[in-house]
Ligand binder design. Structure first.
Ligand SMILES: O=c1ccn([C@H]2C[C@H](O)[C@@H](CO)O2)c(=O)[nH]1
Ligand SMILES: [Zn+2]
Length: 160
């Protein structure tokens, strides 16, 4: 695993720790890898889900991360998005429909890779160190799909 992917997954789990999800108790973390093509400088902008006593007011981790980035003036060069949800869950959490469309606004869907990371077990979390990520295998510990695969024939700003 390359160091950039390592950092993305690490940021994704770190973001999950910040989730405010007292109603669903489903903690989600997301991290966007943003790469400046000229300088090669890479940034990670993280987000978690933030719920509300008025349940419909909840915002997903992915949109939190995108709103953070865009509102800080970062709106291009998004290359990968890491996502993780829950504890002890089987399978991978993939972004909801609203988030897919939200991310679509700022990327070419063929180019954005969504890295869905497996949740950690309660046991694992007790003494989890990020070193652990270096042993991760694609297909087992994380899966990668493009936004195009998750949102085919999408509607975006160029269609207006
Ligand atoms: O991809 C997803 C799926 C769900 N959630 C949040 C919304 C809500 O707070 C909780 C349960 O749906 O998980 C996300 O943040 N991202
Ligand atoms: Zn969502």
């Amino acid at each position: 695993m390359d160091s950039q992917l390592f950092e993305l997954i690490k940021n994704t789990y770190t973001a999950q720790e910040k989730a405010y999800a007292p109603y669903s108790n489903f903690h989600v973390g997301a991290s966007i890898m943003i790469k400046n093509p000229e300088s090669g400088i890479i940034k990670y902008v993280n987000g978690s889900n933030v719920e509300n006593a008025s349940y419909g007011g909840a915002i997903c981790a992915e949109r939190t991360a995108f709103v953070k980035a865009v509102s800080e003036g970062l709106r291009t060069n998004f290359v990968k998005v890491g996502v993780v949800g829950g504890e002890n869950t089987e399978g991978f959490v993939s972004p909801c429909g609203i988030c897919r469309q939200f991310m679509r606004e700022f990327v070419d869907p063929k180019d954005l890779e969504i890295v869905m990371c497996r949740s950690r077990t309660t046991e694992e979390k007790k003494d989890y160190t990020f070193e652990f990520i270096t042993k991760y295998k694609e297909g087992e510990d994380y899966i990668v799909k493009t936004l195009e695969e998750l949102l085919p024939l999408s509607f975006g700003p160029d269609d207006l």
